[in-house]
Ligand binder design. Structure first.
Ligand code: UDX
Length: 459
């Protein structure tokens, strides 16, 4: 099939490369010429494990352009993958979506074409895009253009595995549009499908469920899924706080409840709370939509509140031990919102550094991949960059582990704390698994490491 992807951001690139790998002819369109030029040279503007390899494998099926007149007329399926960044009132900015829908409409050619909303767009956007197509398509035929909602569930860092081995494919719209979408994904919906070896296949993987719904239900599924995951994490964090107070261990508790298959083990890791571009935005959007209809969503509001409190808790733990932070040297390990990405959006580390700036601490930060990006995006924060985790830790009064990079898990913390001025680690991701042999205070979330000589460690 001929596929056009409008918007070569995170979702667009991942989707385009995946579909090209499945054998479709894919044109990636972006209005930013610099992006398109670099993609033509084979350079990927984002960090996503394996994406460069998959792109190289699918190269022959991939083409890049800035020109709607070239990309739209021959496309059987057109994916809209443009950004919907949050505005100051929390509502998404839909101007890119509107612009894309208009430009698509003006270039449709009268043969049957399916227009797919892949970006996470507010509930009702599918109908809105249909109206834009109706208004702007030259020679409009109602039974030739179908708008479908096909939400994306991929996670950054595991995007290839999530899109090539999905749990489910959600398709919302009317039957004529859905038939073509099933054909598009047919290679994936097959027992024998095998992605390249560098894409990890989930254990006990079977073919994905194909969930066919109305347009509006598909849009709702995306929000409801993300908000549920966000509240699952907030729930674990809320229980973790109580575990700390009564002396229980959150890991034992979540392991114990997770064996109940109605609950499950996943997405119950307590820590610094959730971040990233989706959970906060989507949960807020759902609350806002509720508000538009005079409907309150107290569970979702609480999930956000707990997440914010979780970030404060991390600095509170630091203050509990250090008291005044003015002049103290604090190492922040990990800046990305989670490991295996350089994405800094809504990262807990941002709020930690901002609060440490306010409190007058000297901040030294390290991240294995996100430091370059932070130089541009976090220019408003004050911190020194450390070339290595060791450089950040040297002479520090405290370390905050903000992101659970494997590199930090593997550090020999016995030797690391010896190089600190004061052996205090706020392990906000529970990466340290063994008590240390040397005197140190290790604060974790929802549990305590078994004591060795910690009691008198901090002078
Ligand atoms: C999420 C959804 O998982 C994905 O389906 C959707 O398409 C986009 O939003 P992503 O934002 O890439 O994906 O990250 P994810 O791996 O889900 O993690 C989100 C946040 O939750 C991270 O900050 C992570 O550190 C945190 N998290 C996750 C926890 O704190 N505990 C957990 O148990 C799991």
């Amino acid at each position: 099939m001929n596929v056009t992807i409008v918007g070569t951001g995170y979702v667009g690139l991942g989707t385009g490369v995946m579909l090209a790998y499945l054998g479709h002819q894919v044109i990636g369109l972006d209005t930013d010429p610099t992006k398109i030029e670099s993609l033509k040279r084979g350079e990927i503007p984002i960090y996503e494990p394996g994406l460069d390899q998959l792109l190289a494998e699918a190269q022959a099926n991939l083409h890049w352009t800035t020109d709607y007149a070239h990309a739209i007329p021959n496309a059987d399926v057109i994916f809209i993958c443009v950004g919907t960044p949050p505005q100051s009132d929390g509502r998404p900015n839909l101007s890119y979506l509107e612009g894309a829908a208009r430009s698509i409409a003006q270039n449709l050619n009268g043969k049957t074409q399916v227009i797919v909303n892949k970006s996470t767009v507010p509930i009702g956007s599918g109908d809105w895009v249909s109206r834009i197509i109706e208004e702007h398509a030259v020679d409009y035929h109602a039974n030739r253009y179908f708008v479908v909602s096909n939400p994306e569930f991929l996670r950054e860092g595991t995007a290839l595995g999530d899109s090539l081995y999905p749990d489910r494919i959600v398709l919302g719209g009317i039957a004529a549009g859905l038939v073509r979408m099933r054909q598009l994904y047919a290679p994936l919906i097959h027992q024998s499908f095998k992605a390249p070896d560098y894409v990890p296949r989930p254990k006990e993987y079977t073919v994905p469920a194909v969930v066919e719904t109305t347009l509006t239900s598909a849009e709702m599924i995306k929000y409801a899924a993300n908000a549920f995951l966000a509240l699952k994490i907030s729930y674990a964090n809320e229980i973790a706080g109580l575990c700390e107070r009564v002396g229980a261990n959150i890991d034992e508790v979540t392991a114990g409840i997770g064996f109940d298959q109605r609950i499950g083990h996943r997405f119950l890791a307590a820590g610094a709370g959730w971040g990233g571009s989706c959970f906060g935005k989507d949960t807020s959007a759902l609350i806002t939509t509720g508000g538009d209809y005079g409907y309150e969503m107290p569970i979702l509001s609480a999930a956000i509140e707990v997440n914010q409190r979780q970030r404060s808790t991390v600095i509170d733990k630091l203050q509990k031990h250090l008291r005044l932070l003015k002049g103290k040297r604090v190492a922040v390990l990990g800046m990305a919102f989670k490991p295996n990405t350089d994405d800094l959006r809504d990262a807990p580390a941002h709020d930690f550094i901002a609060r440490l700036n306010l409190l007058g601490a000297t901040v030294v930060a390290h991240d294995p991949v996100a430091m370059e990006r932070a130089r541009k995006e976090w220019a408003h924060l004050r911190y020194q960059e450390a070339a290595t985790a060791q450089d950040a830790i040297n002479g520090a009064d405290a370390v905050i582990i903000a992101t659970e990079w494997t590199e930090y898990r593997r550090l020999n913390w016995n030797s690391k704390v010896r190089s600190m001025r004061n052996a205090l680690v706020i392990d906000a991701r529970n990466v340290i698994s063994e008590p240390l042999d040397v005197p140190a205070v290790i604060e974790q979330i929802g549990k305590e490491l078994p004591e060795r000589t910690a009691a008198d460690a901090v002078a």
